[in-house]
Every structure is written in structure tokens, then in C-alpha cells.
Design a protein around this ligand. Structure first.
Ligand code: ADP
Ligand code: ASP
Ligand code: MG
Length: 401
């Protein structure tokens, strides 16, 4: 008996007609296999739930996770009905019924353990388990969520836990493309991509896979396929670097409009100041990404610029405004009108001039660079948000993608 994990995202499950169609896809994979089908909520549903919580300014709590995870209950129930109607023995399960045990961090919980024994027991009586993605239960019995887009992570965690033969992530595009196909019509589907490249693409904004799902797949050496729930074509395989025959210098361009820029001017230029600022951010669970420090001409004071996720905008503002006792500064400004553009590729490690090409291309288009950060296989720049489309399109072109 082979076990296969199939995950369907929000657009793929938006409405009963689509769910009926998915039931057919699932049935077609049954043969001698046992299947775990992971579902998201219908497209737009979790956003709607989020907006209710925003009205109460409620976040990271027992209540917010209870509300946010409710959309998945509807889709798993309906798909299980559609499967039963096709004569398939199916059972819908919420995270706590497995259980998928997580830590206490509401809205960004990490999976600690999955009860494989239970899954095996369910497979004695059912051929398909339809499981709610994006959710779990913590040690004190409260429902938790894994962070927006987290059903990909549920799928990978389950596939790793049960030693699945395959983990297929069905979505609304044919696979992973050289850039977001919804903003660049010339984007091409990539047939194989390394974990490292996919990790950089996801973490720089390509939401086609949840970043943590890629981390987890890499850790467990689990091959992922990203494919369409509509077109019935082979998708993109995310594999170990060793399986790539040719390492592209640049394999993709990604963008993120979720950044905010924080600039603190007039801080003292002395040892320990950075530790204080970023210690403060860490204490408040605020992730910092790009960092630039400029020393002023007097050699006494300095300016610090860094980026955060937009959702941490208010918290960051309050934390820094309340920290004058800890470190003095002249002024603080925060800006949401920024975007991060990244180029990613394994071949970059052994090829010079990739960054220069990026900077020259942006300069030619009169796009100013506000901050830069790099890794071995990625270069990211922060720019004014209004230039996002033109930056992505021209970079996609100059690297011949
Ligand atoms: P799902 O609801 O199936 O989880 P998501 O909306 O989370 O789907 O992710 C799929 C979307 O990711 C696509 O519709 C596309 O707009 C976007 N996307 C961004 N970058 C890429 C990329 N490089 N390749 C494919 N899709 C991308
Ligand atoms: N429904 C959740 C969200 O919209 C989880 C997911 O789609 O992966 O974020
Ligand atoms: Mg998604």
C-alpha cells in the first residue's frame, strides 16, 4: 500500500463545482493507494475571517486562531461528501482529531508531533483522509494556526511523518514559474528546482509555496511537486541540488509587497547600539530582514535602516518610540510604500557580475535602490513600491528567463 499526500489550495476549492472536480482527481489517484488530502479554505475566506479580527484589533490569541482556522472545516466536510457520492470511503478530520500537535505560538505555531498511529488506524476503515490544512492543537488543548499559507506546511509535515510516496501540491498555476505568471505573461514554468532556490523564492515573496513547507521538505529530503488542479500537466519538482543537471545562474525573480522600511536617524555610533535595537526587535518577536547602517560625517552619530514585515508596522513603531531610555535617537520614520525584488539562482555562486547586471538594469529604469541584501544564491533590493512591475519585468528579461 502506497501513501500519497495531495494538497489543494484556496482557488482550487472555491465552490462546490470545484470540490466535485477535486473529488474526481482524488478518486483517479486511488488505485491501490491510501490518500491524505489536505485542503485550504475557499479563496478569500481566510482573508474575510482576518478582516473580522482586524475590526477588533485581535491577534495572536486563542480566539484569533479559532476564527482563522474555521474556513477549512467547511471545505473538508464538503469534499468528503463529494467523495462519498463517488463511492469513495472518506473521512474528514480537523487538526486536533489527528492530532497535529503544535507549540503555543498563535498564528505562527510550529508542528511538534503528528500521531502516525491514528492515521494508520483511520486507514483500516477509510481510503481517503481529508484533512484541514493550516491548523493544529497545542499542549493546553487550544486550536492553533501555522501562519497564512500554512496548509502547504501541513501537507509536507504529514507526508514526512507517514513516509508518503509522493507529496503533490495542487494550485491555480501549472507549477513554479521564473516569476509570478500573474504579473509577467512571459514567465516560464520551471521543471526542476533545488530546495535552496525554492526556499529563497518563497521567502522573498513567491507565495506559491509556504516557506516553512520548503524548509521541512529539504530537512526530510521529500520531493515536492507543484502542479495545477485544472490542467492535468506535469508540474515543477522541488528536489535535492544533486538532482539538477544544469545549475541556472538566475532561475527566478520574485517580489514582495509586504515589507516596511524602518529608519532610525541620529543614533550613537558606538559598540552595542545595534545589539540593543535588534535585541529589542527579537524580544518582541519582530523579524528583521535587510539592514543598512550609514555613519554620518561627524563620525559620532549614525543612521540605521532595516525592513520588517508590514504586519509588524504598528508594534515596531510603538516599541522603538518607547525605547528612548534604552538608546537615544533623533528621529524615527516608517514607510510601507516599498517592495523587495530578488533574483535567485544556484549558478550565482560561481558567476560574477550578476549583482552588477541587476543594479545597472534598475538604474537604466531610474529606479533607486534603498537597501540591498544578499546570500550565496540571492540578491535582494528594496525599492519604491510603484516600480515593482517594471522592475520584475525588466529583470526577467535581462536574465533571459
Ligand atoms: P494556493 O491557494 O493554491 O495555496 P497561492 O495563491 O498560495 O495558491 O499560490 C499560488 C500563486 O502564487 C499563483 O497564483 C501566483 O500568482 C503566485 N506566485 C508568485 N510567484 C510565483 C512563481 N514564481 N511561480 C508560480 N506562482 C507564483
Ligand atoms: N487558508 C489559509 C490561508 O489562506 C491557509 C492556506 O491557504 O494555506 O492562509
Ligand atoms: Mg498557498
Amino acid at each position: 500500500m502506497n501513501k500519497i499526500v495531495m494538497k489543494f489550495g484556496g482557488t482550487s476549492v472555491a465552490g462546490t463545482e470545484k470540490l466535485k472536480n477535486i473529488a474526481k482527481i482524488v478518486k483517479s489517484q486511488l488505485k491501490n493507494n491510501k490518500l491524505i488530502v489536505i485542503l485550504s479554505a475557499m479563496a478569500g475566506e481566510t482573508n474575510k475571517l482576518q478582516s473580522y479580527l482586524d475590526e477588533f484589533q485581535e491577534q495572536n490569541s486563542i480566539e484569533s486562531d479559532l476564527v482563522l482556522t474555521s474556513g477549512e472545516q467547511v471545505t473538508i466536510g464538503l469534499l468528503s461528501v463529494a467523495l462519498k457520492n463517488l463511492g469513495v470511503k472518506s473521512i474528514p478530520l480537523l487538526g486536533w482529531q489527528v492530532p497535529i500537535l503544535t507549540d503555543e505560538n498563535y498564528e505562527k505555531a510550529k508542528i511538534l508531533n503528528i500521531d502516525k498511529k491514528r492515521i494508520k488506524e483511520y486507514f483500516l476503515n477509510y481510503d481517503v483522509i481529508v484533512l484541514a490544512g493550516f491548523q493544529g492543537i497545542n499542549l493546553t488543548g487550544k486550536i492553533t494556526s501555522l501562519g497564512r499559507g500554512g496548509s502547504d506546511t501541513t501537507a509536507v509535515a504529514i507526508a514526512s511523518a507517514i513516509d508518503a510516496e509522493r507529496c503533490d501540491i495542487y494550485t491555480d498555476v501549472d507549477g513554479v514559474f521564473t516569476t509570478d505568471p500573474n504579473i509577467e505573461s512571459n514567465a516560464k514554468k520551471i521543471s526542476k528546482l533545488s530546495y535552496e532556490e525554492m526556499l529563497e523564492m518563497s521567502s522573498t515573496g513567491a507565495k506559491v509555496l509556504h516557506t516553512r513547507s520548503v524548509e521541512l521538505a529539504m530537512k526530510n529530503n521529500l520531493t515536492l511537486q507543484v502542479l495545477s488542479s485544472i490542467t492535468n500537466k506535469t508540474g515543477t519538482f522541488i528536489v535535492d541540488e544533486k538532482e539538477l543537471i544544469e545549475k541556472e545562474i538566475v532561475s527566478g525573480v520574485s517580489y514582495s509587497n509586504n515589507e516596511a522600511k524602518v529608519s532610525i536617524s541620529g543614533i550613537l555610533d558606538k559598540p552595542g547600539i545595534s545589539a540593543k535595537i535588534f535585541g529589542l526587535m527579537a524580544e518582541n518577536n519582530i523579524n528583521v530582514d535587510m539592514i543598512v547602517q550609514n555613519i554620518s560625517q561627524d563620525g559620532i552619530s549614525a543612521n540605521m535602516t532595516f525592513t520588517i514585515n508590514q504586519k509588524d508596522y504598528d508594534l515596531t513603531k510603538t516599541v522603538i518610540e518607547n525605547s528612548k531610555k534604552l538608546f537615544d535617537y533623533k528621529s524615527l520614520s516608517l514607510d510601507k510604500k516599498v517592495a523587495k525584488i530578488s533574483v535567485i539562482g544556484m549558478g550565482m555562486m560561481s558567476q560574477a557580475g550578476v549583482a552588477e547586471k541587476m543594479f545597472k538594469t534598475l538604474a537604466k529604469n531610474s529606479i533607486n535602490i534603498l537597501a540591498i541584501s544578499t546570500s550565496e544564491i540571492k540578491i535582494s533590493v528594496l525599492i519604491d513600491k510603484k516600480h515593482t512591475n517594471i522592475a520584475v519585468k525588466t529583470l526577467h528579461e535581462v536574465y533571459n528567463l
